[in-house]
Design a protein around this ligand. Sequence first.
Ligand SMILES: [Zn+2]
Ligand SMILES: [Zn+2]
Length: 142
Amino acid sequence: MTRAKRVGKCLCGAVEISISAAADKIGACHCTMCRRFSGGSAFMAVHGTEQIDAKGAEHIGRYKSSDWAERGFCTQCGTPLFYHLTVGTMEYFYSAGLFQNDDKDFKVNLEIFVDQKPDFYDFANAQSQRKTSEQVFQEVNE
Ligand SMILES: [Zn+2]
Ligand SMILES: [Zn+2]
């Protein structure tokens, strides 16, 4: 069975985002900004491309959260939609929670900013690679 796309949507359904069916790896960011954005625990996102494929794009709000990224949300219901690098690779990282009809084979393979994770939650996912903020910044600067 092959599908061309995974289709996700926000809570109210005004925004629908499609990604490649091949995208199945989830990255989890525990940084303080992601935890504010996503409501408490890590921002869990599936990797996208530099093009966004969205229906209801007029309902997408964008907040410039740093000099290198913006965060997208639905202006109707507030659902976090994506983290978007506005420099370099220009990639989008979409909230994994959007794709609930199509997420059976999603796997967390990377956790970043693990040093900023609070003690009140942990992932039981032993497969994920874990990186501290220092390691992440090192890679960016290489
Ligand atoms: Zn919405
Ligand atoms: Zn983060």
